[in-house]
Design a protein around this ligand. Structure first.
Ligand SMILES: NC(=O)c1ccc[n+]([C@@H]2O[C@H](COP(=O)([O-])OP(=O)(O)OC[C@H]3O[C@@H](n4cnc5c(N)ncnc54)[C@H](O)[C@@H]3O)[C@@H](O)[C@H]2O)c1
Length: 368
Protein backbone atom coordinates (compact mmCIF):
# COMPACT_ATOMS: atom_id res chain seq x y z
CA UNK A 1 0.00 0.00 0.00
CA UNK A 2 1.17 3.51 -0.78
CA UNK A 3 2.08 6.05 1.88
CA UNK A 4 -0.74 8.21 3.20
CA UNK A 5 -0.49 11.67 1.62
CA UNK A 6 -0.64 14.32 4.31
CA UNK A 7 -1.23 18.07 4.08
CA UNK A 8 -0.31 20.28 7.02
CA UNK A 9 -2.36 23.39 7.88
CA UNK A 10 -0.18 25.91 9.73
CA UNK A 11 3.54 26.46 9.37
CA UNK A 12 4.97 27.28 12.75
CA UNK A 13 5.66 25.47 16.03
CA UNK A 14 3.50 22.35 15.85
CA UNK A 15 3.65 22.19 12.07
CA UNK A 16 7.44 21.82 12.31
CA UNK A 17 6.99 19.06 14.85
CA UNK A 18 4.51 17.16 12.66
CA UNK A 19 6.65 17.47 9.52
CA UNK A 20 9.76 16.26 11.37
CA UNK A 21 7.80 13.46 13.03
CA UNK A 22 6.47 12.12 9.74
CA UNK A 23 10.00 12.19 8.38
CA UNK A 24 11.31 10.32 11.43
CA UNK A 25 9.01 7.34 10.71
CA UNK A 26 8.56 7.69 6.96
CA UNK A 27 7.25 4.26 5.98
CA UNK A 28 3.50 5.00 6.42
CA UNK A 29 3.00 8.67 5.49
CA UNK A 30 4.53 11.57 3.59
CA UNK A 31 3.88 15.29 3.77
CA UNK A 32 2.95 16.45 0.27
CA UNK A 33 1.59 19.97 0.94
CA UNK A 34 1.44 22.77 3.48
CA UNK A 35 -0.99 25.69 3.80
CA UNK A 36 -0.50 28.82 5.85
CA UNK A 37 -1.82 32.37 5.35
CA UNK A 38 1.17 34.51 6.37
CA UNK A 39 2.94 35.62 3.17
CA UNK A 40 6.09 33.61 2.57
CA UNK A 41 5.64 31.22 5.52
CA UNK A 42 4.18 28.26 3.66
CA UNK A 43 6.87 28.54 0.99
CA UNK A 44 9.70 28.75 3.53
CA UNK A 45 8.23 25.83 5.44
CA UNK A 46 7.92 23.77 2.24
CA UNK A 47 11.54 24.51 1.38
CA UNK A 48 12.74 23.65 4.89
CA UNK A 49 10.97 20.28 4.93
CA UNK A 50 11.29 19.45 1.19
CA UNK A 51 7.52 19.53 0.67
CA UNK A 52 6.56 19.85 -3.02
CA UNK A 53 3.40 22.00 -2.76
CA UNK A 54 2.48 25.06 -0.68
CA UNK A 55 -0.68 27.18 -0.45
CA UNK A 56 -1.67 30.40 1.28
CA UNK A 57 -5.29 29.24 1.67
CA UNK A 58 -5.96 25.82 3.18
CA UNK A 59 -9.15 25.53 1.07
CA UNK A 60 -6.98 25.20 -2.05
CA UNK A 61 -5.24 22.28 -0.38
CA UNK A 62 -8.57 20.67 0.50
CA UNK A 63 -9.48 20.72 -3.21
CA UNK A 64 -6.40 18.65 -4.12
CA UNK A 65 -7.57 15.05 -4.68
CA UNK A 66 -4.08 13.75 -3.89
CA UNK A 67 -4.36 14.76 -0.22
CA UNK A 68 -5.80 11.99 1.94
CA UNK A 69 -5.26 13.30 5.46
CA UNK A 70 -4.69 16.75 6.93
CA UNK A 71 -3.01 17.80 10.14
CA UNK A 72 -4.47 20.94 11.74
CA UNK A 73 -1.78 22.96 13.49
CA UNK A 74 -3.68 26.27 13.42
CA UNK A 75 -4.93 28.16 16.50
CA UNK A 76 -7.63 26.46 18.61
CA UNK A 77 -10.51 28.65 17.44
CA UNK A 78 -10.05 27.38 13.85
CA UNK A 79 -10.01 23.63 14.60
CA UNK A 80 -13.77 23.08 14.25
CA UNK A 81 -14.23 25.05 11.04
CA UNK A 82 -11.23 23.46 9.31
CA UNK A 83 -12.20 19.95 10.45
CA UNK A 84 -15.72 20.29 9.08
CA UNK A 85 -14.53 21.70 5.75
CA UNK A 86 -11.87 18.98 5.46
CA UNK A 87 -14.41 16.25 6.20
CA UNK A 88 -16.73 17.67 3.54
CA UNK A 89 -13.78 17.51 1.13
CA UNK A 90 -13.32 13.82 2.02
CA UNK A 91 -10.06 14.19 3.96
CA UNK A 92 -9.17 12.33 7.14
CA UNK A 93 -8.37 14.80 9.92
CA UNK A 94 -5.64 14.85 12.56
CA UNK A 95 -6.61 17.65 14.93
CA UNK A 96 -4.18 19.08 17.44
CA UNK A 97 -5.24 19.55 21.03
CA UNK A 98 -7.51 20.91 22.38
CA UNK A 99 -10.14 19.56 19.98
CA UNK A 100 -12.02 22.88 19.75
CA UNK A 101 -13.61 25.61 21.89
CA UNK A 102 -17.12 24.30 22.59
CA UNK A 103 -18.98 21.04 23.08
CA UNK A 104 -21.29 22.01 20.20
CA UNK A 105 -18.19 22.29 17.99
CA UNK A 106 -16.99 18.88 19.19
CA UNK A 107 -20.35 17.33 18.28
CA UNK A 108 -20.35 19.02 14.87
CA UNK A 109 -16.80 17.87 14.12
CA UNK A 110 -17.56 14.27 15.09
CA UNK A 111 -20.81 14.31 13.08
CA UNK A 112 -19.20 15.84 9.98
CA UNK A 113 -16.43 13.23 9.94
CA UNK A 114 -18.87 10.36 10.56
CA UNK A 115 -21.17 11.59 7.80
CA UNK A 116 -18.26 11.91 5.34
CA UNK A 117 -16.83 8.51 6.33
CA UNK A 118 -13.46 9.98 7.31
CA UNK A 119 -11.48 9.58 10.53
CA UNK A 120 -11.25 12.30 13.13
CA UNK A 121 -7.97 11.63 14.95
CA UNK A 122 -7.25 13.60 18.12
CA UNK A 123 -3.54 14.28 18.45
CA UNK A 124 -2.76 13.42 22.07
CA UNK A 125 0.86 12.40 21.83
CA UNK A 126 1.17 11.38 25.49
CA UNK A 127 -0.64 8.13 24.54
CA UNK A 128 2.49 7.37 22.49
CA UNK A 129 5.27 8.74 24.73
CA UNK A 130 7.51 5.68 25.30
CA UNK A 131 8.07 6.29 29.01
CA UNK A 132 4.38 6.80 29.71
CA UNK A 133 3.44 3.81 27.52
CA UNK A 134 5.82 1.69 29.62
CA UNK A 135 4.16 2.93 32.83
CA UNK A 136 0.73 2.00 31.45
CA UNK A 137 1.92 -1.43 30.32
CA UNK A 138 3.18 -2.13 33.86
CA UNK A 139 -0.06 -0.86 35.39
CA UNK A 140 -2.14 -3.03 33.01
CA UNK A 141 0.00 -6.04 33.98
CA UNK A 142 -0.93 -5.37 37.63
CA UNK A 143 2.47 -4.13 38.75
CA UNK A 144 0.93 -1.52 41.07
CA UNK A 145 -2.16 -3.47 42.15
CA UNK A 146 -5.33 -1.37 41.93
CA UNK A 147 -4.30 2.08 40.72
CA UNK A 148 -6.15 4.72 42.75
CA UNK A 149 -4.24 7.91 41.89
CA UNK A 150 -2.68 9.12 38.64
CA UNK A 151 -0.99 12.51 38.46
CA UNK A 152 0.17 14.35 35.35
CA UNK A 153 1.78 17.76 35.27
CA UNK A 154 2.80 19.96 32.39
CA UNK A 155 4.40 23.32 33.08
CA UNK A 156 6.49 25.88 31.24
CA UNK A 157 7.14 29.60 31.13
CA UNK A 158 4.22 30.44 28.84
CA UNK A 159 3.30 30.03 25.19
CA UNK A 160 5.38 31.23 22.27
CA UNK A 161 2.61 32.86 20.15
CA UNK A 162 0.33 35.78 21.05
CA UNK A 163 -2.90 34.00 20.17
CA UNK A 164 -2.51 31.54 23.11
CA UNK A 165 -2.75 34.52 25.49
CA UNK A 166 -5.91 35.83 23.83
CA UNK A 167 -8.73 33.77 25.31
CA UNK A 168 -11.00 34.60 22.35
CA UNK A 169 -8.63 32.59 20.16
CA UNK A 170 -7.45 29.95 22.62
CA UNK A 171 -10.60 29.41 24.71
CA UNK A 172 -8.70 29.44 28.00
CA UNK A 173 -5.30 29.65 29.68
CA UNK A 174 -2.90 27.06 31.06
CA UNK A 175 -5.71 24.68 31.98
CA UNK A 176 -7.04 24.64 28.42
CA UNK A 177 -3.60 24.64 26.76
CA UNK A 178 -1.77 22.15 28.98
CA UNK A 179 -4.48 20.58 31.16
CA UNK A 180 -6.06 18.98 28.09
CA UNK A 181 -3.00 16.67 27.99
CA UNK A 182 -3.30 15.69 31.66
CA UNK A 183 -7.06 15.11 31.50
CA UNK A 184 -6.65 12.84 28.47
CA UNK A 185 -3.67 11.12 30.08
CA UNK A 186 -5.39 10.22 33.38
CA UNK A 187 -8.52 9.00 31.55
CA UNK A 188 -6.48 6.87 29.11
CA UNK A 189 -4.13 5.53 31.77
CA UNK A 190 -7.02 4.30 33.91
CA UNK A 191 -8.69 2.51 30.97
CA UNK A 192 -11.11 5.29 29.92
CA UNK A 193 -13.54 5.13 32.87
CA UNK A 194 -16.51 7.50 33.12
CA UNK A 195 -15.73 10.83 34.75
CA UNK A 196 -17.86 11.33 37.88
CA UNK A 197 -16.83 14.78 39.08
CA UNK A 198 -14.26 17.52 38.62
CA UNK A 199 -12.83 20.06 41.07
CA UNK A 200 -10.40 22.77 39.95
CA UNK A 201 -8.53 25.72 41.34
CA UNK A 202 -7.38 28.15 38.67
CA UNK A 203 -5.80 31.57 38.97
CA UNK A 204 -3.75 34.18 37.17
CA UNK A 205 -0.65 34.58 39.30
CA UNK A 206 1.97 36.18 37.07
CA UNK A 207 0.68 37.17 33.64
CA UNK A 208 -2.37 39.29 34.50
CA UNK A 209 -0.95 42.16 32.42
CA UNK A 210 -0.83 39.99 29.32
CA UNK A 211 -3.85 37.70 29.47
CA UNK A 212 -7.30 37.24 30.90
CA UNK A 213 -6.50 33.54 30.97
CA UNK A 214 -5.41 31.42 33.92
CA UNK A 215 -1.69 30.75 34.26
CA UNK A 216 -1.94 28.27 37.17
CA UNK A 217 -4.36 25.35 37.45
CA UNK A 218 -4.87 22.28 39.61
CA UNK A 219 -7.62 19.88 38.56
CA UNK A 220 -8.91 16.83 40.45
CA UNK A 221 -10.91 14.30 38.45
CA UNK A 222 -12.95 11.61 40.19
CA UNK A 223 -13.63 8.56 38.01
CA UNK A 224 -16.51 6.14 38.49
CA UNK A 225 -14.11 3.29 39.33
CA UNK A 226 -13.08 5.29 42.43
CA UNK A 227 -9.68 6.34 41.09
CA UNK A 228 -8.58 9.98 41.07
CA UNK A 229 -6.65 11.96 38.47
CA UNK A 230 -4.70 15.04 39.45
CA UNK A 231 -3.54 17.47 36.79
CA UNK A 232 -1.18 20.36 37.50
CA UNK A 233 -0.47 23.10 34.97
CA UNK A 234 1.48 26.30 34.90
CA UNK A 235 2.63 29.00 32.51
CA UNK A 236 4.94 30.31 35.23
CA UNK A 237 7.71 27.78 35.34
CA UNK A 238 10.89 29.13 33.77
CA UNK A 239 13.78 26.85 32.87
CA UNK A 240 12.22 24.69 30.15
CA UNK A 241 9.29 22.32 29.78
CA UNK A 242 8.39 20.12 32.75
CA UNK A 243 6.26 17.06 31.93
CA UNK A 244 5.88 14.27 34.46
CA UNK A 245 3.58 11.61 35.89
CA UNK A 246 3.13 9.72 39.16
CA UNK A 247 1.08 6.54 39.49
CA UNK A 248 0.00 5.01 42.80
CA UNK A 249 -1.65 1.66 43.55
CA UNK A 250 -1.97 -0.59 46.60
CA UNK A 251 0.99 -2.74 45.42
CA UNK A 252 3.36 -0.11 44.11
CA UNK A 253 4.01 3.13 42.30
CA UNK A 254 6.01 4.59 39.48
CA UNK A 255 7.31 8.06 38.65
CA UNK A 256 8.31 9.32 35.22
CA UNK A 257 9.80 12.60 34.15
CA UNK A 258 9.32 12.66 30.39
CA UNK A 259 12.19 14.98 29.54
CA UNK A 260 14.54 15.27 32.49
CA UNK A 261 15.14 11.55 32.87
CA UNK A 262 16.42 11.52 29.31
CA UNK A 263 18.45 14.67 29.57
CA UNK A 264 22.16 15.27 29.93
CA UNK A 265 22.99 17.25 33.09
CA UNK A 266 25.20 19.85 31.44
CA UNK A 267 27.23 22.86 32.50
CA UNK A 268 28.44 25.37 29.90
CA UNK A 269 29.86 28.84 30.52
CA UNK A 270 29.41 29.86 26.88
CA UNK A 271 26.11 28.22 25.97
CA UNK A 272 25.16 26.21 22.88
CA UNK A 273 22.35 25.97 20.32
CA UNK A 274 19.35 24.30 21.97
CA UNK A 275 18.57 22.48 25.20
CA UNK A 276 14.83 21.84 25.47
CA UNK A 277 11.52 23.46 24.55
CA UNK A 278 10.97 26.83 26.29
CA UNK A 279 14.43 26.94 27.91
CA UNK A 280 15.48 30.58 27.66
CA UNK A 281 19.21 29.98 28.05
CA UNK A 282 21.84 27.32 27.51
CA UNK A 283 24.44 28.88 29.83
CA UNK A 284 25.26 27.48 33.25
CA UNK A 285 23.50 24.28 34.29
CA UNK A 286 20.98 23.01 31.71
CA UNK A 287 19.36 19.70 30.79
CA UNK A 288 19.53 19.27 27.01
CA UNK A 289 17.27 16.47 25.89
CA UNK A 290 18.00 14.18 22.95
CA UNK A 291 15.36 12.77 20.58
CA UNK A 292 12.86 15.26 22.00
CA UNK A 293 10.01 14.55 19.55
CA UNK A 294 10.52 10.81 19.87
CA UNK A 295 10.31 10.97 23.67
CA UNK A 296 6.96 12.73 23.38
CA UNK A 297 5.69 10.09 20.97
CA UNK A 298 4.98 12.40 18.00
CA UNK A 299 6.48 10.18 15.25
CA UNK A 300 4.78 7.12 16.76
CA UNK A 301 1.47 9.00 16.89
CA UNK A 302 1.61 10.06 13.23
CA UNK A 303 2.60 6.54 12.16
CA UNK A 304 -0.37 5.14 14.08
CA UNK A 305 -2.75 7.67 12.49
CA UNK A 306 -1.50 6.82 8.99
CA UNK A 307 -1.97 3.12 9.72
CA UNK A 308 -5.53 3.89 10.89
CA UNK A 309 -6.24 5.53 7.52
CA UNK A 310 -5.05 2.36 5.78
CA UNK A 311 -7.20 0.21 8.09
CA UNK A 312 -4.16 -1.45 9.69
CA UNK A 313 -4.92 -0.13 13.21
CA UNK A 314 -7.91 1.19 15.16
CA UNK A 315 -7.66 4.80 16.44
CA UNK A 316 -6.40 5.05 20.02
CA UNK A 317 -7.43 8.68 20.17
CA UNK A 318 -10.35 10.07 18.21
CA UNK A 319 -12.98 12.79 18.27
CA UNK A 320 -14.68 11.11 21.22
CA UNK A 321 -11.43 11.41 23.23
CA UNK A 322 -11.33 15.11 22.42
CA UNK A 323 -14.98 15.50 23.46
CA UNK A 324 -14.38 13.79 26.83
CA UNK A 325 -11.49 16.20 27.45
CA UNK A 326 -13.66 19.14 26.39
CA UNK A 327 -16.41 18.26 28.86
CA UNK A 328 -13.85 17.96 31.68
CA UNK A 329 -12.41 21.37 30.68
CA UNK A 330 -15.90 22.86 30.91
CA UNK A 331 -16.46 21.24 34.30
CA UNK A 332 -13.03 22.34 35.58
CA UNK A 333 -13.54 26.00 34.66
CA UNK A 334 -17.09 25.88 36.05
CA UNK A 335 -15.80 24.33 39.28
CA UNK A 336 -13.21 27.08 39.64
CA UNK A 337 -15.93 29.68 39.14
CA UNK A 338 -18.40 28.08 41.53
CA UNK A 339 -15.80 27.08 44.12
CA UNK A 340 -17.05 23.50 44.33
CA UNK A 341 -17.06 20.11 42.66
CA UNK A 342 -18.99 19.78 39.40
CA UNK A 343 -20.57 16.44 38.55
CA UNK A 344 -20.78 15.03 35.04
CA UNK A 345 -22.53 14.90 32.64
CA UNK A 346 -21.97 18.65 32.34
CA UNK A 347 -22.93 19.99 28.93
CA UNK A 348 -24.13 23.57 29.27
CA UNK A 349 -25.32 24.92 25.95
CA UNK A 350 -24.38 28.20 24.29
CA UNK A 351 -20.99 28.68 26.00
CA UNK A 352 -18.62 30.32 23.52
CA UNK A 353 -15.37 29.26 25.26
CA UNK A 354 -14.60 27.14 28.34
CA UNK A 355 -12.92 29.90 30.35
CA UNK A 356 -16.22 31.86 30.45
CA UNK A 357 -17.48 29.29 32.95
CA UNK A 358 -14.78 30.48 35.37
CA UNK A 359 -15.08 34.18 34.65
CA UNK A 360 -18.90 34.17 34.78
CA UNK A 361 -19.99 31.55 37.34
CA UNK A 362 -23.61 32.45 36.60
CA UNK A 363 -23.28 30.59 33.29
CA UNK A 364 -22.38 27.39 35.14
CA UNK A 365 -25.15 27.94 37.69
CA UNK A 366 -27.69 28.43 34.93
CA UNK A 367 -26.56 25.19 33.29
CA UNK A 368 -27.33 22.95 36.31
N1 LIG B 1 0.49 18.37 20.92
C1 LIG B 1 1.20 19.31 21.44
O1 LIG B 1 1.96 19.09 22.36
C2 LIG B 1 1.11 20.70 20.87
C3 LIG B 1 2.22 21.55 20.99
C4 LIG B 1 2.09 22.86 20.48
C5 LIG B 1 0.90 23.26 19.89
N2 LIG B 1 -0.15 22.38 19.80
C6 LIG B 1 -1.42 22.83 19.21
O2 LIG B 1 -1.21 23.06 17.83
C7 LIG B 1 -1.98 24.18 17.40
C8 LIG B 1 -1.02 25.22 16.79
O3 LIG B 1 -0.12 25.66 17.79
P1 LIG B 1 1.33 26.23 17.41
O4 LIG B 1 2.12 26.17 18.66
O5 LIG B 1 1.86 25.58 16.20
O6 LIG B 1 0.94 27.75 17.10
P2 LIG B 1 1.82 28.77 16.22
O7 LIG B 1 1.32 30.11 16.59
O8 LIG B 1 3.26 28.46 16.35
O9 LIG B 1 1.37 28.43 14.73
C9 LIG B 1 0.04 28.61 14.30
C10 LIG B 1 -0.01 28.48 12.79
O10 LIG B 1 -1.38 28.56 12.37
C11 LIG B 1 -1.40 29.38 11.20
N3 LIG B 1 -2.72 29.93 10.96
C12 LIG B 1 -3.31 30.99 11.56
N4 LIG B 1 -4.50 31.23 10.98
C13 LIG B 1 -4.65 30.31 10.01
C14 LIG B 1 -5.65 30.04 9.04
N5 LIG B 1 -6.74 30.81 8.94
N6 LIG B 1 -5.47 29.02 8.17
C15 LIG B 1 -4.37 28.26 8.25
N7 LIG B 1 -3.39 28.46 9.13
C16 LIG B 1 -3.52 29.47 10.00
C17 LIG B 1 -0.36 30.44 11.49
O11 LIG B 1 -0.01 31.10 10.31
C18 LIG B 1 0.76 29.58 12.06
O12 LIG B 1 1.53 29.01 11.03
C19 LIG B 1 -2.72 24.69 18.63
O13 LIG B 1 -4.02 24.18 18.64
C20 LIG B 1 -1.92 24.15 19.79
O14 LIG B 1 -2.69 23.94 20.96
C21 LIG B 1 -0.05 21.12 20.26
Amino acid sequence: MSKVKLGIIGSRFQADCIAASVKAMPEEAEVVAVASPTPGHAEAFARRHAIPVFHSDYREMLRDPAIEMISITAPNRLHARITIEAAQAGKHVVCEKPLCLTLEDADAMIDACAKAGVLLLYAEELFFAPKYVKAKQMADEGAFGRVHLVKQGEKHSGPHSDWFWDVEQSGGGALMDLGCHGIAFCWWFLGKPKVKSVYAQVSTQVHGGRTEGDDEAITLIEFDNGAVGMVENSWNRPGGMDDRIEVFGDKGQTYADLLMGNALPTYSEVGFGYAVEKAASTRGWTYPVFEEQWNYGFPQEMRHFARCVRGKETPMSDGETGRVVQEVLYAAYASAGLGRKVTLPFRPKGITKPIDLWKHPGLAQAAR
